[in-house]
Design a binder for this molecule. Structure first.
Ligand code: SF4
Length: 430
């Protein structure tokens, strides 16, 4: 479907979708579980290890999603709960201690160990918090042992990162001079370096990233800390930060030229950076991003897009695609709508956008088929059947694995949406 071109709004409308009614769905869901977060977290925190306490299914999921580390020792594994554990024939705490002790003896490079809960560990009420405290006592100061849940019971896959970072905030941050500005959310190293350079050019010092690349360099949090969210799915982490007295700087998310500039400006305004200095630090990047985006406008402008709820990145992506590339939003679904964190995104969405929260996959498929969008953003399980029906799709999980934040990634981000449409156009021309 090709809708008539609408010039993207350069400035957000007064209220956008802030007071918009939302379709609430509470039906069957098609999402990955929080264990998926280990795929990017184990690459980010270089001397951490993620030990899933789960079933063979959990082991298969994590192994096939994260692949095999051929040239390095893996930084994740699964301690499998088997029939003896379930039948109460073995002391599961003893078994876990044995696995952890053996792992830490063999791997002196590990400085932080996450015990990651799963559906099976939750179902049998395995107390991993207590286990982590017990093992921390044994292995500190060399290794800090933390726990969080990656279970797929009532969660979606990005909540694994949220739970992991919330555990870091609650238990593991060093009590030193608090970091002034913390960027919260796992970013690829290349994006982190770019933001670090821009913050330095703005004159902001004492900037930290959560999670940091090394277990021992996590930013310290205190009442003087202000934080910017780099990902929209970090509700529990934000709550844990607030409990330590840190304060959120409200901003849209750093996707695209406008999104990145608005995100950086929120920090600049908070810390009193002059307009002149801000422009000096950001103008070149903004222009580079705009130039890169222009290359994809011909493909994307006027095309319609439907978002199934999956990654929780849907609202910021929809804003970016509409505002900066002129795409038409048919429906924007998200697993959870955190109105406070997403307020500035809601303000920038065009009034009247259909928003949905939660999932009832059959009803959403009906709406999708009826509206015949040019592009569908959805989970892997829906993509293949929809492709078979003739829809162009984009896997939402790819948007979490790929560096998409910041000026120098804006063109690549647009390219991720343009590629399936270009492919479809080529196939149509055969
Ligand atoms: S945590 Fe639950 S949903 Fe995830 S792989 Fe294990 S059993 Fe499956």
């Amino acid at each position: 479907m090709n809708l008539p071109f609408r010039v993207p709004a350069s400035e957000p409308s007064a209220k956008g979708c802030v007071d918009q009614p939302v379709i609430r769905e509470r039906g069957q869901r098609e999402v990955f579980c929080g264990l998926t977060g280990i795929v990017w977290l184990h690459r980010k925190i270089q001397n951490a290890f993620f030990l899933v306490v789960g079933s063979r299914t959990c082991a298969h999921l994590i192994q096939s999603a994260a692949g095999v580390m051929i040239f390095a020792e893996p930084r994740f594994a699964t301690a499998i709960i088997d029939e003896r554990d379930l039948a109460g024939l073995a002391d599961i705490d003893d078994e876990l201690d044995r696995v952890v002790n053996r792992l830490l003896d063999r791997r002196p490079d590990i400085e932080m160990l996450f015990l990651v809960g799963s559906c099976p560990s939750e179902v049998i009420k395995l107390d991993l918090k207590r286990a982590a405290q017990r093992l921390s006592k044994i292995h500190l100061p060399r290794v800090r042992v933390l726990n969080y849940s990656g279970s797929g019971i009532e969660t979606t896959f990005t909540q694994g990162e949220d739970a992991c970072l919330a555990a870091l905030v609650a238990d593991a941050l060093p009590e030193t001079k608090p970091t002034s500005l913390v960027v919260v959310g796992a970013l690829s190293d290349v994006v982190e370096d770019q933001f670090n350079r821009i913050f330095a050019q703005m004159g902001l010092e004492n900037v930290g990233f959560l999670p940091a690349r090394h277990a021992g360099s996590m930013p310290a949090i205190g009442p003087e800390t202000r934080y910017l969210l780099a990902q929209p799915f970090l509700n529990d982490t934000a709550r844990a930060l607030d409990e330590l007295g840190a304060q959120h700087i409200p901003a849209p998310f750093p996707l695209g030229a406008n999104g990145t500039t608005a995100w950086l400006k929120a920090a600049a305004d908070y810390f009193g950076v002059s307009d002149e200095r801000f422009t000096l630090a950001t103008e070149a990047g903004h222009k580079r991003a705009e130039k890169a985006l222009a290359a994809h406008r011909e493909t994307l402008t006027g095309k319609s897009i439907f978002f199934f709820p999956d990654s929780q990145l849907e609202l910021p992506l929809a804003r970016f695609l509409h505002e900066e590339l002129g795409m038409q939003l048919v429906e924007v679904g998200t697993p959870y709508l955190h109105r406070q964190h997403l307020r500035q995104e809601l303000e920038r969405l065009p009034a009247g956008t259909v928003l949905s929260e939660g999932q009832d996959v059959d009803r959403q498929l009906d709406r999708c088929r009826e509206s015949k969008p040019d592009l569908v953003v959805c989970g892997l399980g829906l993509a293949n059947p929809l492709e078979a029906e003739g829809f162009s799709t984009k896997w939402s999980i790819e948007l979490v694995f790929t560096p998409i934040q910041g000026y120098d990634q804006a063109g690549d981000l647009a390219g991720l949406f343009a590629r399936p449409l270009n492919r479809q156009a080529r196939l149509g021309g055969l």
